[in-house]
Design a binder for this molecule. Structure first.
Ligand code: FMN
Length: 177
């Protein structure tokens, strides 16, 4: 094994920071997931574990850390909205990833199904009903069935290795049909 490979190769048990760094090599979009809790309070969290699951029925998933302050609110809710952020929404992503702040400060939200808060700005918004919940180690995996979608087709905000970015299409290659 070359010395550069030796440095990059790690066998379990590896550190959380090594695992997080490696997982960060998978670039994602950024979403904000919102709901309303049993005390009628708006709840939201920045999430990049979002993924599509199924077209028929239309299912998506995301996972929430059991350590999140809003964990119990999302564990108990049957409805939530997933907003895929546009490239100009980094500040909002940071706002919903921060603790001990009023995450909805300054936002004129509208109401979706079951009164869930819908952000005024986004690229795509899915309103979902809970379909399944699965154990996922220190997270819970939440699968939702999409009830409505709103697609404004903004250029997405992206996230790779802890850094936000924007999408730059590669030139010189025809689109796959
Ligand atoms: C880019 C990014 C992606 C994140 N993705 C997730 C995620 O998928 N699941 C999760 O539980 N937390 C995720 N977080 C962390 C939460 O947004 C953060 O811990 C938040 O403060 C939790 O809210 P609360 O503890 O105030 O309820 C992410 C944070 C950032 C910056």
């Amino acid at each position: 094994m070359k010395s550069s490979e030796k440095r990059s190769f790690k066998q379990y048990p590896f550190s959380h920071s090594d695992l997080k760094a490696a997982l960060g090599g998978f670039g994602t979009g950024i979403t904000i997931v919102t709901t309303k809790n049993s005390r009628n309070k708006n709840i939201g969290i920045t999430v990049n574990s979002f993924s599509s699951v199924s077209l028929d029925p239309p299912l998506v998933l995301w996972s929430i850390a059991k350590s999140a302050k809003c964990f119990q609110d999302f564990f108990n809710t049957n409805y939530f909205a997933i907003h895929i952020l546009g490239e100009d929404q980094k500040v909002l992503s940071d706002q919903f990833a921060a603790r001990h702040v009023d995450k909805f400060y300054g936002l004129a939200c509208s109401e979706g199904i079951a009164g869930i808060p819908l952000l005024p700005e986004y690229s795509v918004c899915f309103q979902c009903k809970l379909e399944h919940r699965y154990e996922g180690g220190d997270h819970i995996i939440i699968v939702g069935r999409i009830h409505t979608l709103s697609d404004r087709s903004e250029t997405p905000l992206l996230y790779v290795r802890g850094t936000y970015g924007t999408f730059v299409p590669k030139t010189g290659r025809t689109k796959l049909k």
